[in-house]
Structure formats: C-alpha cells, structure tokens
Design a protein around this ligand. Structure first.
Ligand code: ZN
Length: 325
C-alpha cells in the first residue's frame, strides 16, 4: 500500500519508482490487482493521476453505521427496504441535522434505525484514523494492522541488518524464499520459456543452479568468497543459510563485509541474468565482479572499524580505505 500526497509530481515519482523497481528486480506491478483510491480529489486531477499510474480507480466502502457497511451486513434487500438506492449518500436520510427515514418495513430496518441514536449528526464531520488512539494517521500502526505476523525465521539477521544495501537484500530475501522468477518457476506457472540457463546455456535454470552450480556464477562466487577470506561456504541455498546462521553472527567488520558481499553477488548475478534475458546485454565475469566490488567498497568505507591484521587484509583484498576515525 502506497500513500501519496495529491500532486502530480509526487504521483509521477511513485510511478518512476515502481518502474525502477521493475528494472532492478524483474517484478512488475500487476495492473489487474492494483487500484487507486482518491479522497476529495477533483475529477480533473483524478483523471491526470490515473493516466500517469495506469491503474483502475477503486472505491472504498463507506462505513458510517455502527453495524458496518449496511448492504454487506444485511444484503442488498436492505436498500429496497429503505426505499433507497445503491448509490445513495448518507445525506439523503438527513434533513436539517435530523434523521429522516421512511417507516421501518422489516426487522433489519428496525435494527438499523434503533442504532441511529449512537451517531452524532449534530457535530461536523471529521476525519478519524480508527487504527490509532489519537485518530491521526501513522504508517507504523497501519503497517502493523495490515501485515500478517509469522514465526521468526532463523536467517533474518543474515539479510536484514543496519548496513545492508536495501535493493541487494530485497533480491536476496526473494532468493532465500525461492520467489525469484527463475525459469523452473516460470515453467511451473505454465509460462512457455526457454528453460536453459542464460549464463552457461547447458543446464536448466533454477535457484541453486543460477547462483552456485552454474560454472559462470560459481567462478564469481568463489572469487568473492576468497576476497572475504571464506573457504568453506557451501554452494547450496539451504546449506549456505545454515552456514551463515552459524558463522556470520554479530556485527563485526568481517561479518558485515561477508553479508554485504553475499547479497551484492546475488543481486548482480540476478541483474545480469535479467539483462541477458530481456535486453541481450552481456557482461563478462570481470565486469560483474567489478560492479560487486564497487558496491561493497562504497558501503564498507562508511563503516568504522579499528585497524588490525584481519581488517587490513580484508581492506587490501577489496581496495577499501579502512575508516578508523
Ligand atoms: Zn548455468
């Protein structure tokens, strides 16, 4: 769910961000499942917003009665019982700040009218965000309300940590959950796609092959691990996670470097796979390693650590200027 203020510049920014996200991740917005909800936006402006975003306009149900959305609670029959119509506004049953209903003709209408006294129509309308005690909107309360809480996974610190590069870790997180649109999964979804790996053109592309088993990725992976002074990392997602949980604990300079390098490698391999598949752009191993080195160096040079033989060796491998101050 994305909230945005009503100005075209901000809306365009959201659109550009979604497009950039698609470029980076290969994941695009599903237009059939996306809607725009506008509150008190003039029609002309709403049309401009819709033409930028290319989504349908959605309508939120109006809940004004203590029993909830009336036609959902009682069925559409209640609309006829009230001698009203589906598009009627609450104002159609208010006259001079008094309720003005026709006599109840059903048990449901009796129930509805009985609870009208709970609604203060003498007061002016005001916007209240029901999820917070203050009635004022805040993102945290909304997120807590929307999200479904799951059991904590043992690997979360490997992928979500303070120094993490968000776009790298997002792709890493999808890879951990095997949710990247690798070709084995596309075939499972019934999408007709050439199943062969974009890198080696020999084996079927799945998560384990693409990142570790493939000769192309494997050489890059091994090179990066050597720079991190790691010689024992398994080349299988499940085993690697187990290894990471055991060996990459804490927040030391080396642990942080290993995790950042891990996700930078996954990210740049995925980026290159997409570039080859969708745009025919081919980068060499050296170019990919260079891009990984650049991202890791930029991040690690901002992290303070004391000089030591270990840190100096790592920094030497990565051409990092150790930040000791
Ligand atoms: Zn391959």
């Amino acid at each position: 769910m994305i909230f945005v203020v009503v100005d075209l510049h901000s809306v365009q920014l959201v659109k550009d961000t979604l497009d950039e996200f698609k470029e980076l991740s290969g994941l695009s917005v599903n237009h059939s499942k996306s809607e725009v909800f506008c509150a008190a936006v003039p029609t002309v402006l709403q049309d401009q917003i819709l033409s930028i975003l290319q989504f349908r306009v959605g309508k939120l149900p109006v809940r004004w009665h203590p029993n909830g959305v009336l036609y959902q609670t009682y069925g559409h029959r209640v609309v006829y019982d009230a001698a009203s119509n589906l598009h009627a506004k609450v104002s159609s049953v208010i006259h001079n700040k008094e309720w003005c209903w026709c006599p109840a003709r059903s048990e449901d209408m009796v129930d509805i009218q009985r609870k009208l006294s709970l609604i203060q129509i003498k007061e002016s309308d005001k916007v209240v965000w029901a999820l917070t005690a203050t009635g004022i909107f805040n993102c945290a309360a909304t997120w807590q309300h929307l999200r479904s809480k799951q059991i904590e996974v043992p690997w979360w610190k490997l992928v979500w940590f303070r120094e993490a590069i968000p776009k790298h870790c997002f792709i890493g997180w999808l890879a951990i959950k095997d949710r990247l649109s690798t070709k084995d999964r596309l075939l499972l979804w019934g999408i007709n796609v050439d199943p062969i790996c974009q890198f080696c053109r020999q084996y079927m592309e799945d998560r384990n092959h693409l990142f570790f088993k493939c000769s192309f990725s494997n050489r890059i992976w091994k090179y990066i691990m050597v720079l991190c002074l790691v010689s024992s990392a398994p080349e299988d997602w499940d085993l690697l996670l187990e290894w990471g949980i055991k060996n990459l604990k804490g927040r030391s300079f080396r642990v942080t470097l290993c995790k950042i390098a891990w996700w930078a490698t996954v990210y740049h391999l995925w980026l290159q796979r997409n570039a080859r598949l969708h745009a025919g752009e081919v980068k060499s191993e050296e170019q990919i390693i260079k891009a990984i080195r650049r991202d890791v160096k930029a991040k690690m040079e901002a992290i303070k650590a004391p000089a030591s033989i270990l840190h100096n060796t790592l920094c030497n491998n990565w051409h990092i200027l150790l930040c000791t101050a």
